[in-house]
Ligand binder design. Structure first.
Ligand code: DOR
Ligand code: ZN
Length: 362
């Protein structure tokens, strides 16, 4: 990474439009990092028992708020998504949406990633429910990866977009769609070509590429789905994220797994990025000379798309070259699991200050 020297930026409190908080002891260990730093957190429903009803979403939201506890920032608000499969009923979904319990619907192709077994085998087969989701104005969040085993892993986003999402967007042009964790140029182009489609981008897809997983020893900590792609694809993602375009915004896809599951014969996909996401992003934006557009990506674009005004509170990031603070990159859960945090190198370079009580409009 090039040396970007002293820099400073103040942004409205960020929102995380894609985060996995898990449940039980893992939830309790990881949720403070999101609750202390972010305002809205759009929580993924892929628990081992997927969240497919309004009642289970409401109960999960309660567990999140309880686990976040009193240290959570006053602004922290979990937003819930239902996991789309045959057990979702449109009556329950629309009631949950109008009651403000359900904010979005998430589609996982079965087998694409962690806890996706209960997902779908074809997006278009959900046409009738998708058409009602479009009429109700509920955002559809899509894990856009083909599960066709004959398709190369690095082409799976493109193939899903071409074969599954494009026909749905054509049939339902008013459907609000977010392509989650865009990982390729094809994904960026797809978002730009569809006016009702947005894209979340993760800190790890912006700061790492596939060579980082494989070139200097195998790095299971960098394994996620969709898998990190080529340098060229990463450059397009950086260009999109730092462009200020309203269609692109932050979803950390922070996805904690115990170290023992990451470093196993068959390692799990997922990167625990929520705690240090902001320093990682600040470094990416600073290197590009685009710190003035960080706020659009982290705090403005996603909020507006999801119908909210940006936060009136602020966070200040300062880059200090001689910062010597040492981070323990391992988080420990109460039942003895370790979870590795992504982003310690960037975190050593950036200090982060929450300016609570210092409202933007003050
Ligand atoms: O790497 C990933 N991990 N990608 C996903 O889509 C799911 C996530 C998880 O839940 O672990
Ligand atoms: Zn995810």
């Amino acid at each position: 990474m090039s040396d970007v020297g002293f820099q400073e930026v103040t942004i409205a409190t960020p929102d995380d439009w894609h985060v996995h908080l898990r449940d039980d002891t893992m939830l309790r260990a990881v949720v403070p990092f999101t609750a202390n730093l972010f305002r809205y957190a759009l929580v993924m429903p892929n628990l081992s028992q997927p969240i497919t009803t309004t009642a289970s979403a409401a109960a999960y939201r309660e567990r999140i708020i309880e686990a976040a506890g009193q240290d959570a920032s006053a602004e922290f608000t979990p937003l819930m998504a239902l996991y789309l499969n045959d057990s979702v009923s449109i009556a329950d979904l629309s009631a949950g949406f109008s009651d403000g319990v359900v904010h979005a619907v998430k589609y996982y192709p079965a087998g694409a990633t962690t806890n996706s077994e209960a997902g779908g085998s074809s997006l278009i087969s959900y046409g009738p429910i998708l058409s009602q989701i479009a009429d109700l104005g509920i955002p559809l969040l899509v894990h856009a990866e083909s599960t066709d085993p004959s398709v190369d892993i690095f082409d799976r986003e493109r193939v899903f977009l071409e074969n599954e999402l494009a026909p749905v967007c054509e049939q339902l042009p008013t459907l609000k769609v977010t392509v989650e964790h865009v990982s390729t140029t094809d994904g960026v182009v797809f978002v730009r070509e569809h006016s009702n489609v947005t894209g979340t981008i993760t800190p790890h897809h912006l700061s790492c590429e596939r060579s980082d997983i494989l070139a200097n020893g195998l790095r299971p900590d960098l394994y996620c789905k969709p898998v990190l792609n080529s340098k060229e694809n990463r450059q397009t993602l950086i260009e999109a994220a730092t462009s200020g375009e309203p269609s692109f915004f932050l979803g950390t896809d922070s996805a904690p797994h115990p170290l023992s599951s990451k470093r196993s014969a068959v390692g799990k996909a997922g990167i625990f990025s929520a705690p240090l996401a902001l320093p990682v992003l600040a470094e990416v934006f600073a290197e590009r000379g685009a710190l003035d557009r960080l706020e659009a990506f982290t705090s403005t674009n996603g909020a507006r798309y999801h119908g909210f005004e940006p936060s009136v509170y602020r966070v200040r990031l300062r880059r200090l070259d001689d910062r010597s603070e040492v981070f323990d990159e391992m988080l420990r859960t109460n039942d003895g699991y370790e979870v590795q945090m992504f982003g310690v190198e960037a975190a050593r370079k950036w200090s982060l200050e929450l300016l609570q009580g210092s409202r933007l409009d003050a």
